[in-house]
Ligand binder design. Sequence first.
Ligand SMILES: [Zn+2]
Length: 387
Amino acid sequence: MQSLTGKSASSQEAVAIEYGETISAIDELVGGGAPEDFVAPGFIDLQVNGFGGVDYNDPGSTAEAIAASIRTMFSTGVTRFLATVITAPEEHICACLKNLAQAKEEFARHSLPEGAAMEGFHVEGPHISPEDGPRGAHPLSAIRPPDPDEFARWQDAAQGHIRLVTISPEWDGAPKYIRALVRSGVVASIGHTKASAEQIRAAVDAGATVSTHLGNAAHPTLPKTQNYIWEQLAEDRLAACFILDGIHLPPVFFKAASRAKGLEKCILVTDAVMPAMCSPGLYRLGSVNVELRGDNSVVMEGTGRLAGSALRMDRAVENAVRFGGIPLSSVIALATTNPARVGRIAGRQRGLVPGEKADLIRFGWDEGAKSLVVRETIVGGLSVYNN
Ligand SMILES: [Zn+2]
């Protein structure tokens, strides 16, 4: 049995966490003075397209490279994530999913924590809006209406690991498709959409439970009081994901949206792409050239259109405190238990509680600077990062 001590980031109490593969006990820490470091469940990121120079949308990414990218993620406090595959022709989506599933299988065969950390997959698209704006950086040529049979082929290629699908409710077949997803245990998320109020309501009635990066992938101007952002914000049955890099959304949007939604329904995602945690410069993402700029934005070369982010989850947590005016003790849930619950990640939905998976982080927090420094990351009881 191992032990981790620190101040619980949520309760602010000094605790000693006893753990093996799962948390076995949490005791109040008595004597020895107050610990400086905080402890919390490890972060969960429901949308990661690539990281540390490795592209999950490239079927040629090797298992070794994928493992290295996951180890880079560990240094940011992430302990579970959904590798995300975006809009592409069916053969390409299947090839990417197959490659990721084989990597996960190989990690598991060698009992590597990288296998558990890559919890499952998120397919974002291709049944999204073809319109400029809502479509974002997804390739128009590969956008197509929803097809439950195609989903079955993806899930086959993914060895059953697809956990979340982002779809636009503007397609006629969306409610039927969403019902099929939900029936098979997959989370349906609304995103890259220009759907009407009725279409959004029909999607939610069919079982959609979350909005993908709310506020992004939208038209530059919208009708002021009736639009798909308000509709999703006001829909109490939808949780919402936010990209808090300070580039995708202005701080006031998150402050207002998080208050409208309620913190228990807010989720931080990075939507990181391959150049995340690399040096500024030009990179190739699938068929497009992108530039990681000095301000940490990732844009399509030539158009200046955002193509994912170079955000890391520890920075997203800092920004949620800054932008939302939310105390750290409340923000932790937005990167841990909220994504676990909405993303249906088993053993992670209750936080620091005996019986939960021992995915833990120890970190320093400077309240004045709102700065978070990860010192140790533990996945399923194994220390995977120590600084
Ligand atoms: Zn997107």
